[in-house]
Write a protein that binds this ligand. Structure first.
Ligand code: UFG
Length: 344
């Protein structure tokens, strides 16, 4: 029988792409999502891609009773992939308690239920935000973490510590947690049936680019060109969301097959290549043929200058590698935006 995986936040951007990859790898998926930041029609679109409808339960994981009720109903969960979280960096500065309460209560409720209902495998969405502005680039898994720049970032760092302590306390019960530290996930499924749907004005670069190209935003603001980088704009490691989704399938198999080297592990999930904001804009124009209206404005508060991953450990240890060229990834984001907006 197919192994059953709980995917929290499974109607979200990275979650939905991961559900598709899990189903295509033969897993039976149950999604839990509160739909505060996503839409139920994503379940239909996942089904259109895979021809399999994932099970779907709508509730807030910060509600402990509901999480327990879920595990009483679903008694064959083999592993959990936990995406569901609030994730707006700026908003978290103004609403820190909401971020700590939501993100940490959800995590602790799930870990508590892992123990109570004997689920042994847990994969967590962490972020390269835990590295802050590293002293040395690229960052490896041995690069020290830095104090978080925002409450959102701190929920990721604290979550990692909670998982580490949880696995130490439950070592004899063989409870395993694995954190994937994502760099900058972008792009959409090649079918253009699922992708990124930010609510309101996008905070992130690529949705802002595609919405500008679609005429929904008038102009892209490039936040600063006076950084210490070759063209003065900040550098990030942009990873294709389908490549990222595949890393979760590998992580789940690693835990289920007990190939893990420790009960708590973490990996950098990026491409190993850094692109500046300006390079990304030019790559978008080149791959889509669409000219972007942009202007350089002042720096955005809290932005780091540059970061990209050393992926050697993830590549060797997981046997996983990001493969999609940046142009193809940007084109997929554009195709998704076009489908959503009805642009031919
Ligand atoms: N940028 C612009 N204009 C925009 C939006 C972004 O110039 O309209 C620039 C930013 O200044 C930054 C780069 O594009 O230099 C990337 O910005 P994003 O907001 O897309 O991504 P960030 O690297 O700031 O944030 C991401 C995730 C966060 C995570 C953080 C860790 O979205 O969840 O990485 O560094 F915390």
């Amino acid at each position: 029988m197919a192994k059953q995986i709980l995917v929290t936040g499974g109607t979200g951007f990275i979650g939905s792409h991961t559900v598709v990859e899990l189903q295509q790898a033969g897993f039976d998926v149950v999604i839990v999502d509160s739909l505060i930041n996503s839409k139920e029609e994503t379940v239909d679109n996942i089904e259109k891609i895979t021809k399999i409808r994932p099970k779907f339960e709508c509730f807030d994981l910060a509600d402990r009773e509901k999480v327990h009720a879920f595990f009483k109903k679903y008694t064959s969960i083999e592993a959990i992939i936990h995406f569901a979280a609030l994730k707006a960096v700026g908003e978290s500065v103004h609403k820190p308690l909401e971020y700590y309460r939501n993100n940490l209560n959800a995590l602790m409720n799930l870990l508590e239920c892992m123990k109570e209902y004997n689920v042994k495998n847990f994969v967590f969405s962490s972020s390269c935000t835990v590295y802050g502005q590293p002293d040395k680039l690229p960052v490896t898994e041995t690069t020290p973490r830095k104090p978080a720049e925002s409450p959102y970032g701190n929920t990721k760092a604290v979550a990692e510590d909670i998982m580490r302590d949880f696995t130490v306390a439950n070592a004899d019960a063989d409870m395993k947690c694995l954190a994937l530290r994502y760099f900058n996930p972008i792009g959409a499924h090649p079918s253009a049936l699922i992708g990124e749907s930010p609510v309101g004005v996008p905070n992130n670069l690529v949705p802002y680019i595609t919405q500008t190209a679609a005429g929904i935003r008038e102009q892209l603001s490039i936040f600063g060109d006076d950084y210490n980088t070759p063209d003065g704009t900040p550098i990030r490691d942009y990873i294709n969301v389908v490549d990222l989704a595949k890393a979760h399938v590998v992580a789940i198999n690693r835990l289920i097959e007990k190939k893990n080297k420790a009960n708590y592990e973490f990996f950098n999930i990026g491409t190993g290549n850094g692109y500046s904001v300006m390079e990304l804009v030019k790559a978008f124009e080149a791959s889509t043929g669409v000219k972007l209206n942009y202007k350089v404005v002042g720096r955005r508060a809290g932005d780091i200058e540059k970061i990209w991953a050393d992926t050697t450990y993830a590549n060797n240890e997981l046997g996983w590698k990001a493969e999609t060229p940046i142009g193809e990834t940007l084109l997929s984001a554009w195709n998704w935006e076009k489908r959503v907006r009805g642009i031919k």
